[in-house]
Design a protein around this ligand. Structure first.
Ligand SMILES: C[S@@+](CC[C@H](N)C(=O)[O-])C[C@H]1O[C@@H](n2cnc3c(N)ncnc32)[C@H](O)[C@@H]1O
Length: 261
């Protein structure tokens, strides 16, 4: 427990609270956990929660930043959903997939079509599934300078990750997710998009990631020129932020679903 500061709960989580209404959260599963989703869950009246991550580091950070004592039935589990034994036989009233499907490529590449059937066995027949995700934007250029910049920034970050021998995220559009839900035996209740406004913190974190990964290219000349390029992108980003206040570009979405009858 290291975080007495007020929690910053995202608009997407607030929207899920509205969707949930008076329905009890019951036993909750955070299938791709991290600091933010677990902090949100700490504010809900759950009976207990299980939070899964494939990353030991993510588990440690989530535990450190959890803002209150964990109850005896709350569990942080490090495991991979490809493992059939993970949480075998357990069912939950509420299941959250928070920016999870986009991250699967790093831990279970080419398995994205299997994840919704895999998770289905853990949702009670009258339970609710909530998915938050980012519409893909890296492959797109659009017609205004902000969209173009945000897209370039995403391309730059992914290029640096690849050159540093890592796998970037692979986001999926809402249409893909809706199709997979229907194929996997879920009934979709709602799907809503939210415009994103990126700020200074996003710019710094993305470029910080690029600078860090550039040190691992294994080619000093490439590292040097990439660092110069990153500095130039930072200047352009700061100028755009000064001009527009925030970089309004792209969308997140929230889907709610249950098991079809
Ligand atoms: C982008 S993070 C999720 C963000 C998180 N909800 C938060 O609030 O910060 C993606 C999570 O999904 C997990 N994940 C991705 N693929 C997985 C897999 N195949 N099995 C288990 N966890 C996986 C990652 O380990 C990570 O914990």
């Amino acid at each position: 427990m290291s975080n007495p500061s007020p929690l910053n709960i995202s608009a997407l989580f607030r929207f899920i609270e509205q969707l949930q209404g008076d329905r009890p959260w019951g036993k909750m599963l955070d299938a791709g956990t991290g600091v933010k989703s677990l902090q949100w869950i700490s504010t809900l009246e759950t009976e207990s929660w299980a939070a899964v991550t494939a990353s030991e580091r993510m588990a440690q950070q989530s535990r450190l930043d959890y803002p209150k004592p964990m109850r005896s039935d709350d569990r942080l589990v490090v495991g991979n959903w490809m493992d059939e034994k993970l949480l075998a036989g357990e069912q939950f009233d509420t299941v959250l997939l928070d920016y999870f499907i986009g991250a699967i490529d790093g831990f279970a590449p080419y398995w994205q079509d299997q994840v919704l059937p895999r998770i289905r066995q853990h949702l009670k027949p009258d339970g609710r599934l909530y998915i938050t995700a980012l519409e893909p934007y890296v492959p797109l250029y659009r017609n205004n300078e902000v969209d173009q910049f945000v897209t370039e920034l995403g391309r730059l970050r992914d290029a640096c990750l690849l050159l540093a021998q890592e796998r970037p995220y692979r986001e999926y559009p809402a249409e893909w997710t809706l199709r997979q839900l229907e194929r996997s035996g879920y009934q979709v209740h709602s799907c809503k998009h939210f415009g994103i406004r990126y700020g200074e913190r996003f710019l710094r974190s993305q470029l910080g990631m690029c600078r860090q990964r550039a040190q691992r290219f294994g080619n000093p000349a490439l590292t040097q020129s990439m660092l110069q390029h990153v500095d130039a992108v930072q200047q352009r980003g700061e100028a755009l932020l000064a001009k527009h206040g925030a970089l309004a570009s792209g969308h997140d979405y929230v889907i709610s679903a249950s098991i079809s009858e």
